[in-house]
Design a protein around this ligand. Structure first.
Ligand code: MLT
Ligand code: MN
Ligand code: ZN
Length: 293
C-alpha cells in the first residue's frame, strides 16, 4: 500500500488566512513549513488511488502529487474515490471540488453519509455533475478496513442532529498483499477505549496532533473549554497521546502526528516541543510525505 500525506494541518490550514499569531507569521520559512489541511491519498497497488478525507485544499494537493497526475485519456484520473473519518468541513468540502470528475465513490460511517445528505447537501450537489456512489466503509475495495468508533462529536453545522452512531471513526487499513497496516486517527477526543488493541501490529499510526497542550488556544480569543469542546486529545501531559504512545515502545510501529492546528508549537522544527516529540521517536511529517507499507 502506498500512502501520501496530501495535507497535515487541522481545519484552517497553516497559516490560517485570518490569523496574525507569531507562528502563522513564520509559516513558509525553512524551519516552519506551511501545511495544507489534513487528508491522505492511498493506493493498494500503486495504480488506483483513494483519498482518505477530502480537504478544501484538494485541488492544490492533487496538483502537487505526481501519482495523481491525470491521463492517459484527456479526462482520465487515477483517483477513484474517498473514505471519510467524519463529516467535518475540513474533511469533506473537497468532495465538492472534485465535481469535475464523472463521479467518484465515497465510503463513510452512516451518520456521516446522512449528514452529507441532510445537513451539508454535498450528495445532492455533486449528483448534478456526475454519477457518485455512497457506501459504508466495509464496502471499500482491495484493502481490509476495520473501523473503530471514536466519538459522537457532530460538526458545528450539524450540532443539533439527532442521528445516533459514530460521527467520528478511526480506520485500520490492512493490505493483504503486503501485510502492511496503516491506522489513521486524525480526530481523537481522548485516547479511545480499544485503541491500544486497534493499533496492535500496525506498521504506521497517523495520529491526531491538533494541539500540543490543553491550554494552547488561550490568547487566541478561544477558551480552554472551547478547545476541549473541539474534541482533540493534546500531545503532552499525563492524559496526552505521547504518554500513551510511549507504552507501545519496542512494538516496531511507526507513530506520526498529523492534523496540526496553527497554534501548535510542533509546527516549528526548532521548538523544544518538536525536539521532545521527535526524540521520543514520534515523527511530525510534512505535506507530501510518503509511506510504503
Ligand atoms: C476539528 O477537527 O475539530 C474540526 O475540523 C474543526 C473545524 O474545522 O470546524
Ligand atoms: Mn479537523
Ligand atoms: Zn496562527
Amino acid at each position: 500500500m502506498k500512502v501520501r500525506l496530501l495535507g497535515t494541518a487541522a481545519g484552517g490550514g497553516f497559516p490560517q488566512w485570518n490569523c496574525a499569531c507569531a507562528l502563522c507569521g513564520l509559516a513558509g520559512t525553512p524551519s516552519v513549513p506551511a501545511r495544507t489541511q489534513d487528508c491522505l491519498a492511498i493506493s493498494p497497488q500503486g495504480k488506483d488511488w483513494y483519498l482518505v478525507n477530502a480537504s478544501p485544499d484538494i485541488r492544490a494537493q492533487v496538483l502537487a502529487a505526481p501519482p495523481l497526475t491525470p491521463g492517459p485519456g484527456p479526462r482520465d484520473t487515477p483517483l477513484r474515490g474517498a473514505l471519510l473519518t467524519d463529516a467535518e468541513l475540513d474533511h469533506t468540502l473537497g468532495l465538492m471540488q472534485l465535481r469535475e470528475s464523472r463521479g467518484l465513490s465515497v465510503w463513510a460511517p452512516p451518520a456521516v453519509l446522512d449528514a452529507l445528505r441532510t445537513r451539508l447537501p454535498v450528495r445532492d450537489i455533486v449528483a448534478g455533475y456526475g454519477s457518485w456512489q455512497w457506501a459504508p466503509p466495509d464496502e471499500f475495495p482491495d484493502l481490509a478496513v476495520s473501523v473503530l468508533a471514536v466519538s459522537d462529536k457532530r460538526p458545528k453545522y450539524a450540532r443539533d442532529s439527532t442521528v445516533d452512531g459514530s460521527w467520528v471513526v478511526a480506520y485500520r487499513l490492512h493490505d493483504p498483499a503486503t501485510g502492511g497496516v496503516l491506522v489513521y486517527a486524525p480526530c481523537l477526543a481522548t485516547w479511545p477505549a480499544g485503541f491500544d488493541e486497534f493499533v496492535g501490529g500496525a506498521s504506521c499510526v497517523l495520529l491526531d496532533g491538533t494541539f500540543y497542550s490543553a491550554e494552547e488556544m488561550t490568547g487566541t480569543g478561544t477558551s480552554t473549554s472551547a478547545q476541549r469542546a473541539m474534541g482533540h486529545v493534546p500531545v503532552a501531559g499525563p492524559a496526552g497521546s505521547l504518554a500513551r504512545i510511549r507504552a507501545h515502545a519496542g512494538s516496531g510501529t511507526r507513530w506520526l502526528y498529523t492534523h496540526l492546528n496553527n497554534t501548535n508549537p510542533l509546527l516549528d522544527r526548532r521548538s523544544p516541543q518538536f525536539r521532545a516529540v521527535t526524540s521520543a521517536g514520534v515523527e511530525v511529517p510534512e505535506d507530501g510525505a510518503t509511506l510504503d507499507l
